[in-house]
Design a protein. Structure first.
Length: 195
């Protein structure tokens, strides 16, 4: 039990569900394997540190409770993503969607005001990143989610298909549609700049 790194995720889950004495160390190893990648994914989706922290904590609690029930872990990271995705959707449902366009264009607005001012000066990588981030904030959550899975988390179409329980081609089409929708949002900003 000294070197938990050699154990598979499923072996760790078995230890967690069956051994009270070894449970904490086994869960710690599982946590260590996925903590940064999971948090970065959630942080990118939420854009708010407090909400990200809460969803991350709730994800790990749900994962722990599920393991205690004796679940089989075939794709641990995918399972964590699914839990966090559901928690994020629940969070969004509890919030009133609101875009404060006045604050975006006011001189007191920080990040978005800088984005607009930078348009007038020149376009560089940071500005393009801001445009993409702003556009990701605007598009449908389902589209944003699949783009994040592919581009930020580096998941393959096969892994995305498993998360959504759809075919490989279905995952590929969903991603292509999401990119198309993102382009529809980004294009006006680019056209305004170049005209």
């Amino acid at each position: 039990m000294h070197n938990l790194k050699k154990y598979t995720d499923q072996e760790l889950a078995d230890i967690i569900s069956k051994s009270k004495r070894k449970r904490e160390k086994a869960f710690g190893e599982l946590y260590f394997r996925y903590e940064n990648k999971l948090y970065n994914h959630i942080r990118f989706m939420c854009k708010n540190k407090d909400v990200s922290d809460d969803i991350t904590q709730q994800t790990w609690i749900q994962m722990y409770n599920t393991i205690l029930k004796g679940c089989t872990l075939t794709n641990t990271y995918g399972f964590l993503l699914k839990i966090s995705q559901n928690l994020f959707k629940n969070h969004l449902r509890s919030q009133k969607p609101h875009i404060d366009w006045d604050s975006i264009t006011s001189s007191e607005s920080g990040e978005y005001k800088e984005l607009i001012d930078d348009f007038e000066i020149r376009m560089d990588k940071q500005e393009l990143s801001n445009i993409v981030q702003f556009s990701l904030d605007i598009i449908d959550n389902r589209d944003r989610e699949v783009i994040v899975y592919k581009k930020v988390d580096g998941l393959t179409y096969k892994e995305i298909a498993e998360l959504y329980n759809i075919s490989y081609n279905g995952a590929k089409k969903r991603y292509e549609k999401a990119i198309g929708n993102l382009n529809k949002v980004i294009d006006p900003y680019l056209n305004d700049f170049f005209n």
